[in-house]
Write a protein that binds this ligand. Structure first.
Ligand code: NI
Length: 385
């Protein structure tokens, strides 16, 4: 591997930063300590810092030696509401909160790239370091965009990354084109009429309606979507009732839909609404359907994905770069930034038996210099006029 020597030289310091962030995880839009550390480090390296962009987001701006293009590099900073079960010496000290998606690692990788680029400034143009809050379904990317991220800091290209446990160690992968699913979250509120559990004739039972709804929703993907278009509709929550002998008055059915085109998103939404209305008529209840776009479809620029893969091959070796492959039904809000500015989102593999969002997940610190080096080299190569 031909990583950047200077970054490998301070790999231990990156590990220290990462493990400190890991011990102090913060939920989305609450990354006060994390963003404070990021801002202080950037400032210490002589990088211009802008705070509170998208609430707890931080942007660093670094100019190179000559005019050129502007490249945005983005990392996410938030943790998850999970009780950590790793027994690591640097386990979470914030009860019920854990960096179970490795965003502590992503933040550290971008800090490593920032330090190197600030020390060397061996590039033309400008690098914009984007430390994003609240990636985990809370809309951190949209909050930064709403705060004028790309109007205030216009970028020609933007790049982001994610660690990938269970993938081959050190494997860098980029999927050109559509790479990750869009996601809707939905809540279907069912309102009926409660009664004594022994006198069902006096009720309009929302539990029966909710049960029918769950079954009927399974026909959305199987009967309304072209089999060659991938889609998922998962009901993940049903809430109703509080006693053995009371038929409750209401129920809520919630879940998520995943898709890879906006047309499929539209079709799923129509069918969920129609089915809910049909079930309401059948069971004499009222329904209210709330469907929210949480993640856009993530689409990598084809040409920039290829250029990134070529660059990565020179750093981690041909055998460690995968260009292409199947899109992922997971979602990622970097998709919103890629809708505004062309770029690419890539992954770095590391061995690990516990997958993302798992209480036993562990991030492999040995990939920190790989991430930092790839981001730094992207800045150096893509800023050239
Ligand atoms: Ni993540």
């Amino acid at each position: 591997m031909k990583l950047i020597d200077r970054i490998q030289d301070f790999a231990d310091e990156l590990t220290t930063i990462r493990q400190d962030l890991h011990a102090h995880p913060e939920l989305g839009f609450e990354e006060v300590r994390t963003s404070g550390i990021v801002a202080e480090l950037l400032q210490g390296w002589g990088i211009e810092v802008h705070r509170n962009i998208g609430k707890t987001g931080v942007v660093g701006v670094l100019d190179g030696k000559a005019p050129g293009r502007t490249i945005g590099l983005r990392a996410d900073m938030d943790a998850l509401p999970i009780v950590e079960q790793t027994n690591l010496p640097f386990s979470s000290t914030n009860p019920g909160i854990m960096h179970a998606c490795g965003h502590d690692g992503h933040t550290t990788m971008l800090l490593g790239a920032a330090r190197y680029l600030a020390e060397t400034r061996d590039f033309a143009g400008r690098v914009v370091f984007i430390f994003q809050p609240a990636e985990e379904g809370l809309g951190g990317a949209r909050a930064m965009l709403a705060d004028g991220l790309f109007e205030r800091f216009p970028c020609d290209e933007v790049y982001g990354l994610h660690n990938r446990p269970g993938a081959p160690q050190n494997q860098v992968r980029v999927v050109p084109g559509i790479a990750m699913a869009g996601a809707d979250f939905f809540d279907i509120h069912v309102t009926g009429q409660g009664s004594h559990g022994a006198r069902p004739q006096e009720s309009r039972d929302p539990v029966i309606a909710a049960s029918a709804l769950v079954q009927a929703l399974q026909s959305v993907v199987s009967r309304s979507i072209d089999p060659l278009d991938a889609a998922v509709v998962s009901v993940t929550q049903i809430h109703s009732g509080s006693a053995y002998n009371v038929i409750p008055g209401s129920a809520v059915v919630s879940g998520t839909a995943r898709m890879f085109t906006d047309a499929v998103r539209q079709r799923i939404r129509e069918r969920i609404k129609d089915i809910a209305q049909g079930v309401a008529a059948t069971y004499a209840v009222e329904v209210e359907v709330d469907i929210r776009n949480i993640f856009d479809v993530l689409e990598n620029d084809e040409a920039l994905s290829g250029a990134f893969a070529d660059m990565a091959r020179g750093m981690v070796g041909d055998e460690n770069v995968a260009l292409g492959g199947r899109p992922n039904t997971g979602s990622e809000d970097f998709a919103d930034m890629l809708r505004a500015v062309p770029g690419a989102y890539f992954t770095i593999g590391h061995e690990g038996t516990a997958l993302l969002h798992n209480a036993a997940f562990t991030f492999d610190d040995s990939i920190l210099p790989i991430g930092s080096s790839l981001l730094a080299r992207l800045a150096e190569t893509r800023t050239a006029p």
